[in-house]
Design a protein around this ligand. Structure first.
Ligand code: PRT
Ligand code: ZN
Length: 289
């Protein structure tokens, strides 16, 4: 696909790795990773994959060592809040590793405001920015791991940490009381590309978009009476312009549609109630719009 070499930095191991690797493979970039190797060369495209810690990705991309990177918005935002040299731009939301950065306190705590409190966090840049914006003076303590233990060992009144299922907070008798930001994995890019590079990168982004859109899309096929076709088409979620095909039985048609939104059981039941039968919902592998 590419004439110009493109380098993409992804997390070597951790929460982002499987989905990042999956996205590249589904986008047609073949590569294998082995042991402690930091560089994987794609066997079928002119793409190199750098395998690094997620914290290194924003600076590798900002410096142009990598053209693109996959990282959590939380990491990019934290680094951008504390380091002017982080200039990498977010260009595509990837829809995985979703979480939120929130303030949490012990269940027994009477704390109501963040004013004049001690806050333990691995995100001091974002927390300080939040405090300034809200005109609050507090003590921010940077902690790299086990942030949730700090209120119990007298280090902090509350914490600010990432939450996904909420199980860690629950296990530590903590309760979320203020939301700072939502986060998910994003594709980031360096700020300057040569013209030829830009074309290759845009093609690659289009492939990524195709994979992401396909993951959310479903192909729906059903049969219905011609008289109820209009009503049924309106019920198909995110379907642009369904195909209506005549069937041997003159009063009936087959309706095929690419639905860009999830098709839940409730939708299928509604379709059936409105006269649809033989409803098939199928996964979509790739989309090129
Ligand atoms: O080694 P390296 O530096 O590359 O990885 P890492 O250990 O710094 O990061 P890693 O792999 O743990 O997470 C990578 C990214 O995944 C994060 O930067 C986020 O963008 C995203 N992510 C999504 C999460 C979570 N969900 C998450 N739940 N990162 C961390 N957590 C932690 C959170 O800090 C807390 O300890 O999980 C706990 C809470 O989870 P729940 O499900 O109990 O609420
Ligand atoms: Zn990290």
């Amino acid at each position: 696909m590419n004439s110009q070499k493109i380098t993409i930095a992804i997390q070597k191991k951790g929460r982002l790795f499987d989905n990042s690797k999956d996205l590249l493979l589904k986008s047609g970039i073949k590569f294998t990773t082995s042991g402690e190797k930091l560089l994987a060369r794609s066997s079928n495209t002119n793409i190199d994959i750098l395998l690094v810690r997620d914290d290194d990705i924003p600076s590798l991309v900002s410096k142009g060592v990598a053209d693109l990177g996959i990282v959590g918005q939380n990491v990019l935002a934290e680094q951008a809040a504390t380091n002017k040299q982080i200039v990498a731009k977010e260009i595509l939301s990837l829809g995985f590793s979703k979480c939120r950065l929130s303030f949490a306190k012990p269940l027994t705590s009477k704390l109501r405001s963040l004013k004049n409190k001690s806050i333990a966090t691995s995100y001091p840049g974002l927390v300080k920015k939040y405090l300034v914006k809200n005109n609050l003076k507090s003590n921010v303590i940077k902690i790299n791991g086990s942030v949730e233990l700090t209120p119990y060992i007298g280090i902090a009144d509350c914490i600010c940490d990432l939450i996904s299922s909420g199980a860690t907070l629950e296990a530590n008798n903590l309760i979320e009381f203020k939301h700072l930001m939502d986060s998910q994995a994003v594709l980031i890019a360096k700020t300057k590309f040569h013209d030829i590079e830009r074309i290759d990168v845009l093609n690659l982004i289009r492939r990524f978009e195709g994979v992401i859109n396909a993951a959310e899309s479903k192909y729906v096929m059903l049969n219905a009476d011609l008289s109820s076709a209009d009503k049924i088409c309106k019920l198909l979620p995110g379907a642009d312009s369904p195909t209506i095909i005549p069937l041997q039985e003159k009063s009936k048609v087959a309706i095929h549609a690419l639905c860009s939104e999830p098709v839940f059981w409730e939708t299928m039941e509604k379709l059936k109630k409105n006269g649809a039968s033989s409803i098939l919902v199928m996964p979509v592998e790739k989309i090129l719009n």
